[in-house]
Design a protein around this ligand. Structure first.
Ligand SMILES: [Zn+2]
Ligand SMILES: [Zn+2]
Length: 857
């Protein structure tokens, strides 16, 4: 066994740490170990085992937690790639990849130090503690603590405080004096966690899956008065012999007993005891049946909590059009080649991409290989989950943000053991530990939720492509509105472009009418939220009993509270942004940090009472439409009305069931499922983004307009879109109205090329932040001068400049933007910058390096 191991720990340091391996311990590369780090114990991933003694004295590994790797060779390699590409500490990358935090109980413990022993010793000699400013009472408690700890190895905080009645403050003081040491113990939970499972004592009904269950000896057990009877009334095989004779006179089951047995049988004969608690029978019923030998209790690994009931496999009949067939054939050809194949599946809205994904995944599953489907945060609805269960029964693992840590860990283990070879989930599902990965699909690949906005700041789409490359798998990026980056890659022949140009059943794309709101203002003399034309179209649809969607991509009632006397707006106390008025909840809210304040009755600056709420958000839009169409049933879909996936689904269902005439909302409504009755989509202020200082504004606007327009006319009747805008001539608006994807991409690529933006240059956004304005200014100034001195060829450095949102969540923010056609050069410079910052003692946590930033605000 090698004598040293290098361990990646989840700390903000770009390095691995070397520890000595005690004799007899056998850590594995890719497995977890428990190690001492500073004042704590931490678990980390072993990245290398070796015999090279380091220059400094090493500490010993406390415990090897895994006998086999939790990160296989490929995932280790992928993690290292992410650390390198996104300049993130490798330990933090691994922590993101492994959803196993639930397996570690966190506990604070204390132990006495040598200094503490000494203090205790001296106190014993002199008979009284040394003089100090502490009260005699406090000193007494301190020595009680030392006394208590001196007799023990280490003690949990709760126990110590219970036994000695010491305050937290006093404990902290003792830690500062180094009399005691505080440890953050992450003890691995018992690996063999089990649950009690009730099994129907009829071996033929449900053979134990693992063979560990002892066959119940019911018939021969003289002590057992009862007879095994299957709840469906059939007799079991024990009817032969003595048992059979007895069964001619079965002891009658009471109703509770029958209910419990029925439940158990319906679930396939095996259910965790915990789950049986939901059955409304007295607790004694179960124990009676156990005593009578009709139910047996066994221990199963904890992950048995997943139901083992196998639903019938769906027939899976897709009627594919030629384009879908071709797309599927291309995917499967790539799969059988076992070589990396990158593919952009560009299908217009409503063209049936999901059916192609599912067919591809099913084929992969039938070959005994694995697939992963990534969906955006809002894309994983309960309806999709139901479809997936129907299609893949229990071979699918679904990972979403609603899972608890324990549930996430449980899914992870199922995947790792090969029980679930189809994985569907949001961003981090890209790290699912499947083996023999054949197909990795990223649905709506342009969606910004694939980018993680905290360390490590990876983009799941790009990680997916890299993982597919390492695995020799097929990567399918699907979208109705592909990102510029992916589209450009097809032009460079990096990805194959497969198009689904038609909607299913040849439904036409909706007609889009652009409505110039500047002209509307001139003609009506005041600012309109709903133009006369849109109002007329809505009235028409309501009369025909057809449905309407109206998009306004801004939540709340009014985005600005303005004082008419002094002209100031109400700003968040943490951020340099206006607070939004929420009328129904009667509050002002900051949409960036969540800070909430009272609705002002007068101006905080000048005391004037003339505070006006200006502008319109989705809440006010709903109110306006109620006023205009009092008969209509109107629903709203935005982050204030949707708290979870169920709310989202409920609103869409209501629309589908015809319980709503109109749905109003933010971009959430643009991403819904098929809603067949919608024939009109009104777009109100979807061009807000065009005014933002972000080079992706045009791309985002084009995508949003195209997606929301795609909601219209998915049923029998053709759809129409009324697009209200103050930028009627902007190319993003023009091309979206014509459904001209290629036209938009060509124009936008030209602009990106001139401005040296992606995909022609790699970019990084470097933010310097501090709660103190002086620090933020000083540090960014120092780094700015350093960038100037070290001028690097082929890299443009813009800044330092105030970030578009100068203050956010209490931090003042200055930033640099780096652009370079060479990613390698850019990352080299960024690393040198971080080294310089460290030398200047600028805290690493105050510098955010965002490679391939999607958000520059
Ligand atoms: Zn004022
Ligand atoms: Zn704020």
């Amino acid at each position: 066994m090698p004598t040293f191991c290098d361990v990646a720990l989840a700390v903000p340091l770009d390095m691995a740490f070397t520890y000595a391996v005690p004799p007899g311990m056998e850590p594995v590369v890719g497995g977890r170990v428990l190690v001492p780090f500073r004042q704590q114990r931490m678990s980390g991933i072993v990245v290398e085992l070796h015999d090279r003694p380091p220059k400094v004295k090493t500490k010993k590994v406390i415990e090897a937690l895994d006998l086999s790797p939790v990160l296989d060779e490929q995932l280790l390699k992928l993690g290292k790639w992410i650390a390198d590409y996104y300049l993130a500490p490798v330990g933090e990358v691994f922590r993101t990849m492994l959803p196993l935090s639930a397996e570690f109980k966190r506990a604070i413990t204390y132990r006495i130090t040598d200094e503490g022993q000494m203090a205790l010793h001296l106190a014993g000699m002199s008979g009284s503690p040394a003089r100090s400013r502490r009260t005699p009472d406090e000193q007494l408690v301190e020595f009680r603590v030392l006394d208590y700890l001196a007799e023990r190895e280490s003690v949990r905080e709760e126990r110590l405080r219970g036994a000695t009645r010491v305050s937290r403050a006093l404990l902290a003081g003792m830690v500062r004096k180094k009399w005691i040491a505080r440890e953050d113990v992450s003890a691995a939970r018992d690996a063999a966690r089990t649950v009690k499972v009730a099994v129907l004592a009829s071996a033929e009904t449900s053979p134990p899956p693992d063979g560990r269950v002892a066959r119940p000896h019911i018939g021969s057990d003289a002590g057992a008065p009862g007879v095994p009877a299957r709840p469906d009334g059939l007799h079991t095989q024990q009817e032969t012999g003595e048992g059979a004779r007895r069964s001619t006179k079965p002891k009658k089951l009471n109703e509770n007993q029958r209910t419990l047995l029925d439940t158990l049988a319906a679930a396939g004969g095996k259910v965790p005891v915990e789950a049986l608690r939901g059955v409304e029978v007295p607790r004694t019923t179960l124990s009676t049946l156990v005593k009578r030998g009709m139910i047996e209790l066994i221990d199963e690994p904890q992950d048995f909590a997943m139901s083992k009931i196998k639903p019938r496999r769906s027939p899976f009949e897709f009627e594919f059009n030629p384009a879908q067939k071709e797309a599927l054939a291309t995917i499967l050809e790539g799969v059988s080649s076992r070589k990396f194949t990158g593919m952009l599946l560009h299908g217009v809205t409503g063209s049936g991409k999901t059916a192609v994904y599912l067919a591809g995944m099913r084929e992969v599953l039938e070959q005994g290989r694995s697939s992963i489907l990534l969906v955006p945060e809002i894309g994983l609805t309960p309806a999709l989950a139901a479809d997936l269960h129907q299609a893949f029964s229990d071979e699918v693992a679904i990972l979403h943000s609603g899972l608890t840590d324990a549930e996430r860990a449980e899914q992870w283990h199922r995947i790792k053991r090969g029980e679930a070879r189809v994985v569907v989930g949001t961003r981090s599902a890209v790290f699912a530990p499947v083996s023999d990965l054949a197909l990795l699909i990223v649905d709506e690949e342009q969606d910004s939720s694939y980018k993680q906005e905290e360390t490590p700041r990876y983009h799941a789409r790009d990680v997916a492509v890299m993982r597919a490359k390492m695995a020799g798998a097929v990567a399918v990026l699907g979208s109705a509105t592909p990102s510029l980056e992916s589209y450009y890659n097809t032009k460079k022949n990096k990805y194959a472009l497969v198009e689904l140009p038609d909607r299913v059943e040849q439904r036409p794309l909706p007609e889009v009418e652009i409505l110039d709101m500047r002209q509307e203002f001139q003609e009506t003399g005041h600012e309109q939220v709903i133009s006369r034309k849109l109002a007329e179209e809505i009235r028409d649809r309501l009369e025909k009993k057809e449905q309407v969607m109206v998009l306004l991509n801004r939540r709340g009632y009014s985005p600005v509270a303005l004082c008419r006397a002094c002209g100031k707006t109400l700003q968040c106390k943490n951020c340099a942004v206006s607070m939004t008025h929420h009328k129904r909840e009667h509050k002002m809210e900051c949409h960036y940090c969540g800070y909430v304040a009272h609705i002002p009755d007068k101006c905080a600056l000048c005391g004037s009472e003339y505070v006006y709420f200006v502008g319109t958000g989705s809440e006010k839009l709903e109110e306006l439409l109620h006023g205009m169409f009092p008969q209509a049933r109107i629903g709203r879909l935005d982050r204030d009305t949707v708290r979870g996936r169920e709310d989202f689904e409920r609103a869409l269902n209501a629309l589908n069931e015809g319980e709503l005439d109109m749905l109003v909302g933010t971009q959430m409504i643009a991403k819904g499922h098929d809603v067949h009755g919608v024939t009109l989509v009104g777009v109100v202020g979807a061009d807000i983004a065009l005014g933002l200082p972000d080079f992706r504004a045009a791309e985002r606007t084009f995508q949003l307009l195209t997606q929301v327009a795609g909601r219209a006319g998915r049923g029998q009747s053709p759809g129409k879109v009324v697009l209200q805008t103050y930028f009627p001539d902007h190319y993003a608006v023009q091309f979206a109205a014509r459904h001209d994807f290629a036209g938009f991409y060509d124009k936008e690529l030209q602009f990106r090329s001139w401005m040296h933006y992606p995909p022609y240059s790699a970019i990084a956004n470097v933010l310097i932040r501090s709660e103190k304005l002086d620090d933020a200014l000083t540090w960014s100034g120092e780094l700015g001068r350093w960038f100037e001195r070290t001028r690097h060829e082929g890299i443009r450095v813009l800044g330092p400049a105030a970030a578009p949102i100068l203050r956010l969540k209490r931090d003042y923010r200055y930033h640099f933007i780096l652009k370079s056609p060479s990613r390698e050069k850019m990352n080299t410079l960024l690393r040198a910058m971080l080294a310089e910052a460290a030398a200047r003692k600028i805290p690493r946590t105050q510098i955010i390096v965002d490679v391939d930033a999607v958000w520059l605000m």
